[in-house]
Design a protein around this ligand. Structure first.
Ligand code: SAH
Length: 507
């Protein structure tokens, strides 16, 4: 039987953007993903839907797994012929027991690839604004496990050399042993005034930092109940953070914001909010699905050569249209005989990947613009195909019909209200990690109420700041029992982002 293959992948320190391109690619074709506590679960979204996802923290229902169990799980899955993505926090070879897993694979004759990752020491330091080395401050850095200490008889850390020999020292897993670690460094000659920073959940929206010196950090951490997972950075470079911090001073840092726009429109808004440091949860209240029956569209596609014009008024229409072209077994050549009109530059751009450059892009990017352009042509007897959304206005078919054209307007896709809130967003709402909810049209409010039920929506949004893009949306919010806290003066996503950021940064 064919043997599988194992990819040992560094997931990076937490921010899902910090996995490597190769790492994400390997997840995308895995049959099985075995992941750790420290690997961000959002990365699992890159796995194929058929993939088996196994949390290595709980093998066989037991809460604590042994390393040998994980090793044999990897071996067994690969022997079944599976492609296994083993996803580990940070880098697999930095205190990640990746070496042991590879040894087990090698012993079983299973082929593997190692995809390095941004280790927590590097990632958390960067997001804390602490350069681990600096020309004027230090020339060396050491990564050390804080898990063992000198009270153990068989300590392997040479404290004397470490204390004086390395400029910056980064301890992993050192929070519990902080009193012993700092004591050892001071006893072996490091100045008690050396700056120290603890970085917990580095690179994540929950990032927490505690600063002090070798002399006082252990006591400070005890008082603040500072917990793992955190790295401890010791060295003069820590004092550069004051000038260089960037991540945790962004105006929306630490704020959970729910975006209710349709999935295909949420991206830009989410990006604006993330740039200001928010942790964004997308909860689309509209989703686009194929029509109940595609028969009419398919029939038109099969007779495409008899049409003079093909009109698209959105990138969505283009996407759904071409997916039918593919399903019926054709390709872009089916469009050879007809001219193509795209309502605006976005729709036009969405045609390019299919090899189609539109013949006509009206100057006015609306249905009215399309009608005006066709009004200047002889349309009598011309056959026009207009694949549309189920709720589209009938302006185009009507006006072109009046010009004497024969218009066929099959439904290419429908707007429907999803039946649930995505799990990640729901969990954040229930755990009160959402600080602000944003509504960018009345239908986003109405649909959310339809998905959750009005009472449940009101209960879940208790204490959550409500932002509405304009007066109409704000009114709908109030009608549905929500109090509106933020309303930008101009009704754009940029102004809405600014208004939210101002709201949370009032003096
Ligand atoms: N292979 C991992 C380290 C695993 S050991 C890597 O390369 O990063 C686990 C320790 O890593 C934790 O106890 C903590 O010290 C550190 N760690 C992992 N992720 C972290 C994060 N996001 N912020 C701070 N420390 C982190």
């Amino acid at each position: 039987m064919k043997k599988g293959h194992v990819y040992l992948i560094g997931a990076g320190p937490g921010d899902p953007g910090l996995i490597t391109v190769r790492g994400r690619e390997c997840i995308s074709f895995a049959d099985v993903v075995v992941y750790d506590y420290l690997a961000n679960e959002q990365l699992l979204e890159s796995a194929p839907s058929r993939a088996e996802l196994i949390y290595a923290g709980k093998i066989g229902g037991a809460h604590n797994h042994e390393q040998w169990q994980i090793n044999s799980l990897l071996v067994d899955k690969a022997l079944e012929g599976k492609i296994v993505a083993r996803l580990k926090g940070g880098d697999p070879f930095i205190f990640g027991r990746g070496g042991e897993e590879c040894e087990a694979l090698a012993a079983a004759g299973i082929s593997f690839e190692i995809v390095p990752g941004v280790t927590a020491g590097i990632g958390a330091a960067a997001y804390a604004g602490i350069p681990l080395t600096h020309r004027n401050v230090t020339t060396s850095v050491a990564f050390v496990t804080g898990h063992e200490h000198q009270e153990k008889d068989d300590t392997e850390i040479d404290w004397e050399r470490l204390s004086l020999g390395s400029g910056t020292i980064v301890f992993y897993m050192g929070i519990k042993n902080l009193p012993q670690i700092t004591r050892s460094l001071i006893d072996h000659g490091r100045s008690p005034d050396t700056p120290v920073a603890l970085v917990r959940w580095g690179t994540r929206p929950e990032q927490q930092i505690l600063e002090g010196t070798l002399a006082n950090i252990a006591e400070k951490a005890r008082k603040a109940l500072f917990k793992a997972p955190a790295i401890t950075i010791v060295g003069e470079v820590v004092s550069l953070r004051e000038k260089l911090r960037w991540f945790d001073i962004r105006p929306l840092f630490g704020k959970g914001i729910l975006v209710t726009r349709a999935a295909d429109q949420a991206g830009e808004f989410s990006r604006l909010l993330s740039e200001k440091g928010a942790s964004v949860f997308e909860c689309p209240t509209i989703s686009l699905v194929p029509p109940e029956s595609s028969a009419e569209l398919d029939r038109a596609i099969l007779e495409l050569s008899s049409f003079d014009w093909l009109v698209f008024t959105s990138a969505n229409a283009v996407g759904f249209f071409f997916s039918r072209i593919e399903t019926v077994g054709l390709d872009a050549r089916a469009l050879a005989g007809c001219r193509v009109c795209a309502v605006g530059p976005k729709t036009a751009a969405s045609l390019l990947p299919y090899g189609i450059r539109p013949d006509l892009i009206p100057a006015d990017y609306k249905a009215e613009g399309v009608v005006a352009e066709f009004g200047r042509m002889e349309m009598k007897g011309k056959r026009v195909l207009f694949p549309k959304a189920d709720k589209a206005r009938d302006l185009i078919p009507k006006a072109l019909g009046e010009m004497g054209a024969e218009v066929t307007a099959p439904v290419a896709y429908r707007n429907v209200i999803p039946d649930r809130v995505p799990e990640r967003a729901m969990l954040a709402l229930e755990e009160q990690r959402i600080h602000c909810i944003t509504f960018t049209s009345s239908s986003t409010v109405e649909n959310l109420a339809a998905i959750l039920g009005e009472n449940r929506m009101i209960r879940l949004l208790e204490g959550v700041v409500v932002a509405a893009i304009g007066p109409v949306t704000a009114n709908t919010c109030r009608e549905l029992g929500l109090k509106v806290d933020i309303e930008p003066k101009e009704y754009t996503l940029e102004k809405m982002t600014d208004a939210i950021s101002d709201f949370f940064n009032l003096p």
